[in-house]
Design a protein around this ligand. Sequence first.
Ligand code: GLA
Length: 373
Amino acid sequence: MRVIDAFRQAYGGEPAGVWHAPGRVNLIGEHTDYNDGFVLPFAVPWGVTAAVSPREDLTIRISSLQAPGEEQVLEDVERAEGWARYPAGVVSTMRGAGLPVRGADIVIDGDVPKGAGLSSSAALEVSVGLALNDLYGLGLEPMALAKLCQKAENEFVGMPCGIMDQAASALSKEGHALFLDCRSLASRAVPFDLSAYGLQILIINTGVHHELADGQYAKRRQDCENAAKHLGVPSLRDVTDLTAALSRLSGDERARTQHVVTENHRVEAVIGLLRAGAVQEIGALLNASHLSLRDQFEVSCPELDVAVEGAVKGGARGARMTGGGFGGSAIALVADDRVDRVRTTVEQAYAERGWAAPTFLPATPAAGAHRVR
Ligand code: GLA
């Protein structure tokens, strides 16, 4: 394994172990996690692999095959910079929780496509978190580990994300999507083997990342919290009468509420259809989710819209943006024999606008975080 070779070169000797954590796509349930709602992500075949050994002292030495020559030696993890803030945040959060985490030598190797919005940061957090959990015998269950990684991202990195990405990375099962209730944190593996139906989920990576993204994410969260406050409910999850709720709201708060409440219902509908074996029928719900994210939640962008429209025009059963939005990837539900047509239709639509071609990746549901050796 090349991460082991790199570890030997960097630190001399064998790593105590190697751990892998995947990125994710979200099938449906977007911007619902921080509203105590439902999500249905699955792990992708790409992620972060970490070769790690414990140390006697408290120092963290960390390097990445994707950032050659940028090793960071951290006697104080608060000093970490750039990409190393994600794993350093996990160490800091574990120590802050009173867990007995000492130092570590860490080499990272990641293959999550860049800028695809497939949660490479969650994969980085969870791979290192799981390594420390095993090496220091912390006894954290996967959900406890996911929560700790989310806390690291919220408080150490400063991104106010929900629990979806870390939970998907930590808990997913191969061949399954992960149905997660973000209030109770109860989760269930939902069989999601599309090949049996001659279907696949095709990721369309727009390759763009609009700079607005981070501030806008926090703003959407705030809109939702304000709306819940106006309605006198703990969170938008608790809205039962949508018509009544909408009549009491206006502007952004009204539009965000409309999205979140209907999106939770779409997740439940998708679960029902999957249970019934009516996989093709989820396409319509993917389309509806995209329109709602575009028009009510306002987190799409022209590149995502054109990818989704092109996919549907090319014969996809349905398509939607996935993840936080403002760039990253769309997903399309496509019959195996339509994949080429979907690709050409999207490529043409991009070429007509003078945009660089997007990339296409088939997404089969992969295993969640685990020890590799
Ligand atoms: C990002 C966040 C998640 C979630 C999605 C939107 O990926 O990290 O917590 O809020 O956006 O569904």
